[in-house]
Design a protein around this ligand. Structure first.
Ligand code: PLP
Length: 638
């Protein structure tokens, strides 16, 4: 992917809300779930009757005493997504004139939060089931699935306890499919079924030869971690036949990987799976379910192409491929149309969650308060070059050349320990002046490296809230949630709070291409500058880690009722420091005890001890992210 680092010269006069919409590619990434209103604020639009102003949301959250960063969930978007996918399947069935039953089995691993699963299961879809990949996820499903014979697909490697739990679920009235990932599971299933005198519904997971390229591609292909190869399949079929248990096998499953950007590759995999499906049927097994896994992608990079973080097809085209290919195979082999399961996770959850946070510091602004030191003009080489550079500051070409030369000389003298602090402060001031001049007057191609852009330090942790940025260089849409009536003018790089050089964002998708910087507004001192980080609903919460012991952010569900009122529900207070200490097996009480002992040892006065202990308690039970400097420390828990 090529990255642009050109200053987008935005004409303030021609800037308006439509331009903002275009500039930040909202139409492409939002799929209709976000827009900008006439006041220049982002709005969430889960359906045509709902319009939630994010600026209002941020004010409402503040009134509730919840500080930033906050993960905002829009449960109405979750439900709209499930319905959209299901509707697309039904439209495809009409188009290809076939009888179709489609069940979306939401893969719990993608976002295991109770509130997320709850809203998916209560969408206005006739039937939604769950897919689980471990014993613990199975327990989640048992705690959440309800209704008449809800579908429950059990994937992943299984031990005896997992198999037993799955069979008990069947006894309790769930429609359970135990998908065989390894032939050894089959014998355990048989033993347990005999013990319980029940007949299971089995599935086999295929190891396809076809591959869907991408960051998650090794979920497919012949070297795939999961699934049965031809030998394994034949072994399982032979065993079932010998046991006279052919009718146990009902389902065939494949999963080619997540975020499949090329529909052609998915289509080839499905075709391959359908050949195996028909062959297994011809061997006397009555399959009646096909589970096409996940993979439906999201256009994070707003490119609508086949690059890894984009999607080059519509949801309708995706369901058309599934329905037409399955229908075609069934017609060719005289088979009944199977019930189609899809395990769409990313496509269901990505849009529903976004993070709002504030910019806490800007590198350039802070330096304005620093005194500019004078050179003592002692006629050394560095001083002479610097004085020359100041004279050339309005001459772009020569300024760039001299600046590079000056920088190199400064660097070599610093290495040799030949520059004192005073001279260094003066030299850095000269460089800053040049940079500011060049940034203001010329496009940044004239600037040599990334340090020439402003850095906006944001109140969040990349590792906690957007781990795939760190792990996979993933792109997410990021933009200001308000002030969109004003033309943005600053080329900024976003850094997080962690003390890690990877705690930053290096690629931004907007204005129809990828950039090294994000064009944002100048920060005003009177109001927090709020940024929205979008499409975080899939995988990010699950994978987020506690680097630097920044923990879970606060999260809140935001909906709009029929009267148009915004409602805040299911407030989950983020982690306090004490919880994070616990996760590394250090009790908060141990911190307090150690501090008490030290205070006794230094014979601190009572007042001092109380004050210190109060502050430590506030820190232990306070939010791990940055608070306003005007607010005294305070507890969010206990
Ligand atoms: N099904 C299985 C078996 C998976 O491993 C995954 C995740 O990779 C999914 C479904 C969800 O895929 P996606 O989020 O692309 O829909």
């Amino acid at each position: 992917m090529s990255l642009h680092n050109k200053n987008v010269c935005l004409q303030t006069e021609s800037w308006n809300v439509s331009k903002a919409r275009e500039f930040y590619n909202i139409k492409e990434w939002s799929e209709g779930y976000f827009d900008v209103n006439l006041s220049g604020n982002i709005i969430a639009t889960p359906d045509k009757d709902v319009c939630i102003d994010l600026k209002e949301v941020s004010k409402g959250i503040e009134l509730q005493g919840i500080s930033l960063p906050v993960l905002i969930r829009f449960p109405q978007i979750l439900q709209a997504r499930v319905e959209e996918i299901n509707r697309a399947f039904n439209t495809s069935a009409d188009k290809y004139d076939c009888q179709l039953t489609h069940i979306l089995c939401y893969p719990v691993k993608v976002n295991q939060q109770k509130t997320v699963i709850e809203h998916i299961l209560t969408s206005h879809c006739e039937s939604v089931g769950l897919e689980v990949g471990s014993k613990t996820e199975l327990l989640v499903a048992l705690g959440m699935l309800d209704g008449r014979e809800p579908t429950l697909v059990c994937n992943g490697y299984k031990d005896r306890a997992y198999i037993r739990l799955a069979l008990y679920a069947q006894i309790m009235g769930y429609k359970v499919f135990i998908v065989i990932e390894s032939p050894s599971e089959l014998r355990v299933i048989k033993q347990e079924c005999e013990r319980l005198s029940i007949q299971p519904n089995l599935g086999i997971r295929l190891k396809l030869n076809s591959v869907a390229e991408g960051n998650w591609q090794n979920s497919g292909g012949s070297n795939a971690k999961f699934g049965l190869d031809a030998n394994d399949i034949l072994y399982c079929l032979k065993e079932l036949k010998q046991w006279n248990c052919r009718k146990w096998l009902k389902l065939m499953h494949f999963h080619m990987g997540s975020q499949i950007s090329k529909l052609k590759e998915f289509s080839a995999g499905l075709q391959e799976a359908m050949h195996v499906y028909s062959e297994v049927c011809s061997l006397g097994f009555k399959l009646s379910y096909i589970d096409v896994g996940g993979g439906l992608a999201i256009d994070y990079a707003s490119k609508q192409d086949t690059s890894y973080f984009s999607r080059s097809y519509t949801i309708q085209e995706y369901t058309d491929v599934i329905v037409s290919k399955i229908n075609q195979t069934c017609e060719s082999y005289g088979l009944e149309m199977p019930i189609v399961l899809s395990e769409n996770g990313r496509a269901v959850t990505a849009h529903h969650a976004m993070l709002i946070t504030n910019v806490v510091k800007v590198r350039e602004h802070e330096s304005q308060g620093i005194e500019t030191y004078e050179s003592n003009y002692d006629n050394n080489e560095l001083d002479q070059l610097g004085v020359e550079l100041v004279k050339l500051i309005n001459d772009r070409k020569n300024c760039v050349k001299h600046k590079d030369e000056f920088e190199m000389l400064l660097h070599s003298k610093l290495q040799k320990g030949k520059v004192g602090l005073l001279q260094r402060a003066w030299a850095e001031g000269v460089l800053k002046k040049c940079e500011l001049y060049l940034e203001k007057n010329h496009n940044s191609q004239s600037l040599k490296n990334s340090s020439d852009n402003e850095i906006y330090y944001c109140n969040f942790s990349v590792f906690q809230s957007m781990p795939d940025v760190w792990g996979l260089n993933q792109i997410f849409p990021i933009m200001p949630i308000s002030r969109l009536t004003e033309a943005p003018s600053v080329e900024a790089k976003l850094h997080d709070l962690t003390c890690d050089s990877d705690g930053k964002i290096t690629q931004y998708a907007y204005n129809d291409s990828l950039h090294e910087c994000l064009t944002l507004h100048e920060i005003s001192t009177s109001e927090d500058y709020l940024l929205g980080f979008f499409l975080l609903g899939a995988y990010q919460e699950v994978l987020g880690d506690i680097h630097n012991l920044f923990g879970d952010t606060h999260s809140i569900n935001v909906t709009q009722n029929k009267k148009g009122e915004i409602q805040f529900t299911e407030v989950e207070i983020g982690d306090c420091a004490e919880e994070l200490l616990k996760s590394i097996h250090l009790e908060g009480d141990q911190v307090l005890q150690r501090c008490k002992e030290r205070m006794q040892a230094i014979d601190a006065t009572n007042v001092t001890s109380e004050e210190i202990l109060e502050e430590i308690n506030n820190a232990l039970y306070g939010y791990t992210y940055l608070d306003s400097v005007d607010r005294p420390s305070h507890r969010i828990k206990r």
